[in-house]
Every structure is written in C-alpha cells, then in structure tokens.
Design a protein around this ligand. Structure first.
Ligand SMILES: Cc1cc2nc3c(=O)[nH]c(=O)nc-3n(C[C@H](O)[C@H](O)[C@H](O)COP(=O)(O)OP(=O)(O)OC[C@H]3O[C@@H](n4cnc5c(N)ncnc54)[C@H](O)[C@@H]3O)c2cc1C
Length: 501
C-alpha cells in the first residue's frame, strides 16, 4: 500500500503532557528528529499535567540529595527543614502496598530505582522544583518535617511544569502540532510506520520510524468509563483534562497491543459535590483531620488510616458508593487551621454553624438523629492520652468503634463547626497498554511491537485500586525518558526500506 505523507520524523510522540514531553526531549537529545502531535489547542496544552500541583514522588537519602535538586533554596530554609529520607525500597514498597501487591514488579522497580536520576535529568533540562511546605509539612516548634514520601513540586505547579517542558522542547528544536488528534497507527509487517491524524480538521499522515503513545487515559470519555469501570462512573465529576478520551489506548489495541492493569478501577478523589466538570479546585483532601459522614449520618471509612497521600486516591470511589453518591466532611475550629487551600473560596459548598444541631439542620439530605448520635459516639471514643501531631502518624485514635479512626482523632466539640459537601471525582484511569522495561508496547503475542512505545497514564499495570500521590508525574517522566531514548535508538538504526508502506 502506498500512502501520501504530509510530515516525516524519526520519532512521533502522541500527546503533549508530562510523559509526552519527557519522551520528546529524551528522543531529541538522543539524536532523533521529533514531532509531537497534540489534540488540544495550544492554550490548553499539557493535558492532566497542567491540572496538577506538580507534586512529584521520588526516592532520596537525605537533605543533601534534595539540595542537589534545588540548589537555590536558602541555607536558612534547609536549617529549619527536615526532609527525612525516602529510599528506593520504601518507594517500591509503597507502590506494592497501595496496589495490594498487584503492580508489575518490573515497572514498579524501574520507577523507584530511576526516580532520583530522572529528577536530576529534569533539572538538567531546566525544570525547577521547590519544597511543598504547608501541604506536605507543617511547621511545628519552628521546624518543618516532611511526611508521606513526597517533598518537592514543580515551580508554578502543573502549569509551570508544562510551560518549562514546552520551552525546553522548543529550544531543542522539537516541532509541536496543536489541534492535531492522532486517530490511527499505520503499520506494516515490520512494525509501526506512521500515524494518521486530524490536523485542524484535515486528515493527514506523518511518517515515523518509531511512535511513542503518551496521550493519557480515558477518564474523560464517559462511554469508555462506564464500559470499563461500570455503573455510576458515568455520573461522577470529571477532573483534569477533557482531552484524555482514550484514543491512544484504543488505536494500539486496534492493531493488536496487549492490554494490562486495572481496567475496572481508577484514581478517584473526594471533592466539591456541585463543582462543574473540569473546573479546578475540586479536591477536598483534609479529611484526615476531621470525619466524613454519609446521608444516613454514619461514618464509612477510617479517615486517619494513613497519610492523605496514601488514601485519597481510593476514597472517591467509596464516596460514590454511599447513598446519593455523596458525603460531608466535618471539622471543628481546632483543626480548621490545618485545612488545605482548596477549602477557601466562594465556589466551595460548605455550611457553618455554632452548634452541631444547627449544622445538621443546614445539611441537606442528612439523617440528623443518626448524625448527632454518630458524633457523640465518635467524640466519646477519642483517646486523648496521645498527643495530636499532624506531621506524623500520631496514633491518636478512637477506641471501640466499628469503623475506627486510626490517627489524628480529635473530638468535634469546638465551635464554629463546618461541613463540606463532597462527591467522587475521577482523576485518571489505571488500565492501559502493556509495556516492558524498554517502554516497548507488547503485542497480544507477548512480543514487542516494532517501533511502538508508550509512557504515562496510557500504560497499564503500575497502579491497581490505589496509588501513592505524586507517582503519576514520576512514572510519566521515568518511562517517558526511557521511551524517548529507546524510540530514538530504534529509529536511528531502522532501515528505511523497512518503513515503506
Ligand atoms: C487535578 C489533578 C491533580 C493531579 N495532581 C497530581 C500531582 O500533584 N502529582 C502527580 O504525580 N500526579 C497528579 N495528577 C495525575 C497526573 O496528572 C497524571 O498522572 C500525569 O499528568 C499524566 O501525564 P500524561 O503525560 O500521561 O498525560 P497528560 O498530562 O494528560 O497528557 C496527555 C496528553 O495527550 C493529549 N491527547 C489525548 N488524546 C490525544 C490524541 N488522540 N492525539 C493527540 N493528543 C492527544 C491530551 O490532550 C494531553 O495533552 C493529577 C491529576 C489531576 C487531574
């Protein structure tokens, strides 16, 4: 078959979020002429990555390792900061623990082992980071102590990360086509030879010696969501990018790629019940310092089971399963100083009252009698003999409740009281394409598909049921860098005769 090609490159990358741009930069620095195809207009570039805080999880041994990543941080700031350590083994174990040991051990090992060197690689490409003071470390007795294995975020958050990656790509001579949706992979018996796309509404083809799919998952595709995740997932709030609708996964499956991972579950969090889809500010993640009740007035999870980073990605689904798919987060004046910044602002659905009775009256669809009984039972069960400390798993727990609160349990007894209406919001999907250590996409015959690579959310097999916060960006960077290097190597050694179509 002969086809007309409008463009030609060694490596074509589909998507322009974190994984894609890391892949493109890596391919380019390994000598490949690289073109990026991005479905969105330029002003919405960056996919889900733009919506992040830029918080990124990586292994490190001490403050000195951190210093190498953020050389500009003031010496005085280092003196009042305890970054602790987060070893490769701890990172690996966290992924295993979060996924009930279902994670692909090869990919999880690579992710943890390559995380620090990939952070250094990112900084060598002018991506800048700062400590996540406030959200990941509270100042106690004059010192910040970090917790939860996540200490840095990109300067300017997700938008800053995307801008910096795009700037670097531009400086390296990588071409980015916006308003360009990849629709189909072109392949021959020798492997991938190009991509069909709609560029500003026109069907075009790009010839490529290798292709990297980094176009995100399918969280914004209501049909795929309902098909794979099941009933009720059509109704949940959709976070992040509206462009992650699954074509990248679909086009690879169409030519015989092997699906992998947890197709029936997704990263989903608790957030504002009434915020429209795709709007920023949805998440409400300070629940470890309060309690959550459903419409029956009952608690339904251990809000303090672990640091927020280790529970938030699975509690959205649990709220979806409650009556009316919703819940309320309850806090009193003692803990309100610890609430994250997303609890402020006019778009937040909250009620406030000076008594719990009054608060219950203001919450719609709530069984008031049960609610007041539940709070009393909870308050009576709090063991106040252990000191409250938000920087550690303090073990300040409840005693004797069917659903315990294992840490940070404080009586809800100090006015004013606040209740925030929350529901489930989907962030990204876990099911995707099977890749090996080289980021090569695997086929239904368990062989590599010549010239086809994948990175980021599009990959399946790393995350199941739950996820350690900050691992999404790191996975995109680690596997993007690997995919880019290997795609370039493959492209530059591939015989041109093998890509004739
Ligand atoms: C609100 C929110 C907060 C988050 N916070 C964090 C955080 O702090 N830390 C963290 O690690 N993770 C976080 N995540 C998860 C994180 O966003 C993802 O894990 C990561 O950004 C995924 O990167 P990616 O490059 O795989 O996908 P994306 O960044 O989503 O990029 C995919 C790109 O592909 C494009 N695309 C899709 N289809 C096509 C097509 N057919 N043709 C061409 N282009 C296409 C999309 O437009 C998009 O630009 C958060 C997610 C959300 C939504």
């Amino acid at each position: 078959m002969t086809q007309d090609f409008h463009y030609e490159a060694d490596v074509v990358v589909i998507g322009a979020g974190n994984a894609a741009m890391c892949a493109a930069i890596s391919a380019r620095e390994n000598g490949a002429k690289t073109i990026v195809l991005e479905k969105s207009p330029e002003k919405e570039k960056g996919g889900n990555t733009t919506y992040t805080h830029g918080s990124i999880r990586f292994a490190y041994n001490n403050n000195d390792d951190i210093k190498q990543l953020i050389p500009d941080l003031d010496e005085e700031d280092f003196k009042i900061t305890d970054f602790g350590s987060y070893t490769e083994d701890e990172f690996y174990e966290d992924i295993c623990r979060m996924t009930n040991y279902k994670t692909d051990p090869t990919l999880a090992s690579l992710l943890s082992e390559k995380s620090y060197e990939t952070m250094k690689w990112l900084t060598s490409h002018h991506i800048r980071f700062i400590p996540i003071y406030g959200r990941q470390a509270f100042k106690i007795d004059g010192k910040f102590k970090f917790w939860g294995g996540m200490v840095l975020e990109s300067v300017g958050g997700g938008q800053g990360l995307v801008d910096a990656l795009h700037e670097e790509a531009k400086n390296l001579g990588i071409a980015i086509l916006y308003d360009t949706m990849a629709t189909q992979l072109i392949h021959s018996d020798d492997g991938i030879v190009g991509v069909v796309m709609k560029e500003k509404g026109k069907t075009k083809r790009v010839k490529a010696k290798s292709v990297i799919i980094a176009s995100g998952g399918f969280h914004a595709n209501v049909e795929m969501r309902t098909r794979y995740l099941g009933p009720k997932w059509d109704l949940v709030h959709t976070r992040g990018s509206r462009y992650n609708t699954g074509e990248g996964i679909q086009m690879a499956l169409n030519i015989g790629a092997l699906p992998a991972g947890n197709w029936s579950q997704a990263h989903s969090v608790t957030g504002d019940r009434y915020l429209p889809d795709f709007e920023e500010g949805f998440q409400k993640l300070s629940y470890p310092f309060g309690i959550m009740v459903n419409a029956e007035g009952k608690r339904f999870v251990d809000e303090g089971a672990d640091f927020r980073n280790y529970t938030y990605a699975k509690y959205g689904k649990i709220i979806m399963e409650q009556p009316h798919n919703c819940a309320w987060q309850i806090f009193d004046a003692k803990v309100s100083p610890y609430l994250r910044e997303e609890y402020k602002g006019r778009k937040v659905t909250k009620v406030k009252a000076n008594t719990l009775e009054e608060l219950a009256d203001k919450i719609s669809e709530l069984n008031k009698e049960n609610f007041l009984k539940e709070i009393k039972a909870y308050n009576d069960a709090v063991d106040e003999s252990v000191a409250f400390n938000p920087n550690i798993k303090d073990g300040r727990c409840t005693k004797g409740l069917a659903i315990p609160k294992s840490n940070w349990a404080n009586k809800i007894d100090t006015a004013p009281f606040e209740a925030y209406a929350v529901t489930c919001g989907i962030t990204f999907t876990y099911g995707g394409l099977k890749i090996n250590e080289q980021a090569e996409v695997q086929s239904l015959l368990y062989e590599k598909m010549n010239g086809l690579y994948a990175a980021g959310e599009v990959v399946g097999g790393l995350f199941y049921t739950n996820y350690p916060g900050g691992a999404g960006l790191m996975a995109g960077s680690v596997f993007g860098k690997i995919a880019g290097a290997n795609a370039a190597k493959f492209a530059l050694t591939r015989l041109t005769s093998n890509i004739n179509v």
